[in-house]
Design a protein around this ligand. Structure first.
Ligand SMILES: [Zn+2]
Length: 69
């Protein structure tokens, strides 16, 4: 089960929490620090883990993203 939904927005992608209105977008991150989609997905997963006690979920399409305990 995904902790977030992905929408295309102008200039990037928006990741919205599946459980509340919290969202992040790829525009919030700096491409120099890594893959934008990975950073945004990590941020929303981190939010879900902290705020909703969701385990982190890694989908095959998220590539190098890793779950942690
Ligand atoms: Zn949330």
């Amino acid at each position: 089960m995904k902790a977030y939904r992905i929408e295309r927005i102008k200039g990037g992608m928006k990741f919205t929490c599946a459980r509340c209105a919290h969202s992040v977008s790829t525009l919030d991150f700096d491409a120099r620090t890594g893959n934008l989609r990975t950073q945004a997905a990590t941020a929303i997963n981190d939010h879900a883990a902290k705020m909703h006690h969701e385990p982190l979920v890694v989908s095959p399409s998220d590539g190098q993203q890793r779950s942690w305990r």
